[in-house]
Design a protein around this ligand. Structure first.
Ligand SMILES: Cc1cc2nc3c(=O)[nH]c(=O)nc-3n(C[C@H](O)[C@H](O)[C@H](O)COP(=O)(O)OP(=O)(O)OC[C@H]3O[C@@H](n4cnc5c(N)ncnc54)[C@H](O)[C@@H]3O)c2cc1C
Length: 458
């Protein structure tokens, strides 16, 4: 008999997980708390988008839908920084052909659910997990009209996000470690519509950043010619959301801080007071697996802040590596889940730390001339010595073979190297000179090639 799998949560990760397990012949049932977002009666609202990079796409390849998702994505080849005068500076993300993709969260989730059903996954909406028996794998769901359903399964996945009910139940088990931290900063989504001709008002193939040291705003393009903006800002203090409680205060703040964006935001005031001020949470926990039959995946296992654009990518990578673990252990769940946890827990911790580091880089350093100088030198070293130096952003975003924790370890070592190179006198005076390049080559020749611990079970 096929393995019976219960997945709690039909968000991005739960829906993808359903497909990859059903493709192995398993009997998969997803239970999702919300109504079906594909129902015509539900308004899609304004688009909220996500950056999808190589790790996410590689996992979608396993599900056979990477091309479908590419078709509804907009490539972003670099960052455009906007200073307070409205001057723009462009910085490519990687080499030619290396880019990230802006994709609508709603469209992606709908596509993933449809693909899952096409592979035979059953999906029950408006079913909220209220209890789980870790010994038997029996899960209880509350349905509308006070009905309850109890479901037996061989394996249960908690793919129910940052405020996971499955994880909440695990917290009651002895020796379960858990930490939850809120960032001082929250976020609010805003909007730039297309112009009167329906065209993009900013460069379409880029992620736009307005870095302002203690806060920042970003914009990602949507297929309809609009941009979704996100203001990351402290909840309290000076400056903060707390200070922006009147139309006048919001207008003055945006005019001062984002003067080039304001003329493109006709609904700024309405959006500002209608859209929620949301919080940002980080969660670490362990173990992710209990009794060889209950496992956490995606944000339920590792909720991170969004500053590397990797939360979903990491969750999708969890799915891919889980499948590799099943392959490696001939579909035996006990050893496969143990391998999954051994490989993915350090990766989850790694990206949590990287995402936090990147907040400082995005809001503060991207506007710093020394940072831009360093990025140019890094690109040159990478081109000259590709097996001895890989920029951190490249390892995280354009590689799916370097585990996040390894990327962080190597990145920290490379920070030390960069400080050394950037203090060579000829590099300080003109890094493009022959002398400077030779001096850097001499240092690089002494370095070993990079060795990377595998993130796969084989
Ligand atoms: C502002 C912001 C920007 C982001 N940008 C990016 C980005 O650019 N790139 C990127 O890779 N990641 C990004 N992320 C992270 C990304 O959104 C998450 O990592 C991703 O949504 C995690 O997917 P998930 O399926 O694990 O959880 P979720 O998407 O939260 O899905 C969980 C699902 O479980 C359901 N559920 C919850 N409780 C229950 C229950 N008790 N019973 C049944 N169902 C339940 C929920 O309704 C939901 O559908 C961003 C996050 C934020 C906040």
């Amino acid at each position: 008999m096929a393995d019976r799998i219960t997945i709690v949560g039909g968000g991005l990760v739960g829906a993808l997980l359903g497909t990859v397990l059903a493709k192995r012949g398993m009997d998969v049932h997803i239970f999702e708390r919300r109504p079906d977002m594909r129902a015509a009666s539900m308004s899609a609202g304004r688009s909220i988008n996500l950056a999808m990079s190589d790790r996410g796409l590689r996992a979608l390849e396993v599900a056979g839908i990477a091309d479908d998702i590419r078709a509804i994505s907009i490539p972003m080849h670099g960052r455009v920084m906007h200073d307070v005068q409205g001057n723009q500076t462009y910085q490519p993300y990687g080499r030619e052909g290396e880019f990230i993709n802006s994709v609508s969260r709603g469209e992606l989730n709908k596509t993933l659910l449809t693909v899952a059903e096409r592979h035979g996954v059953k999906v029950t909406f408006e079913a909220r997990c209220t209890d789980i028996d870790f010994k038997t794998g029996t899960t209880t769901f509350a349905l509308p009209n006070d009905e309850t359903v109890v479901v037996e399964a061989d394996v249960v996945f908690g793919a129910d996000g940052a405020y996971s009910a499955v994880r909440g139940r695990m917290q009651m088990v002895d020796r379960f470690n858990y930490s939850q931290t809120y960032l001082e900063h929250g976020y609010k989504e805003l909007h730039i519509p297309p112009d009167a001709a329906g065209a993009f008002q900013l460069e379409k193939n880029a992620l736009h950043i307005w870095p302002r040291k203690s806060f920042m705003m970003i914009a990602l393009p949507n297929l309809d010619g609009s941009f979704t903006l996100t203001l990351f800002f402290a909840h309290e203090g000076d400056p903060s959301f707390q200070q922006l409680r009147t139309r006048e205060a919001v207008t003055q703040f945006f005019d001062e801080q984002f003067p080039d964006a304001v003329p493109m935001m006709p609904t700024l005031i309405d959006d500002f007071f209608t859209n929620p001020e949301s919080s940002l949470v980080m969660v670490r926990c362990f173990p992710w697996v209990m009794n060889d039959k209950i496992a956490l995946i995606g944000d339920s296992a590792h909720a991170i802040v969004p500053f590397y654009g990797q939360g979903m990518n990491c969750g999708f990578e969890d799915c891919r590596i889980l499948i590799e673990c099943l392959d490696h252990h001939n579909n035996e769940w006990g050893p496969a889940l143990a391998s999954y946890q051994r490989l993915r827990k350090p990766a989850g911790d790694g990206i949590l730390d990287l995402a936090l580091d990147n907040f400082i880089e995005m809001r503060d350093k991207v506007a710093d001339p020394r940072f831009l100088w360093r990025k140019k030198i890094e690109a040159w070293i990478h081109a000259e010595f590709p097996d001895r130096f890989i920029p951190l952003y490249t390892m995280v975003t354009f590689s799916s073979d370097i585990p996040y924790n390894e990327a962080r370890r190597i990145g920290l070592e490379q920070d030390v190297l960069m400080e050394e190179l950037m203090s060579i006198p000829s590099v300080v005076s003109d890094w493009t000179s022959d002398d400077a390049k030779q001096a850097m080559r001499d240092v690089m020749m002494q370095r070993p090639t990079i060795t990377i611990a595998s993130g796969s079970p084989a």
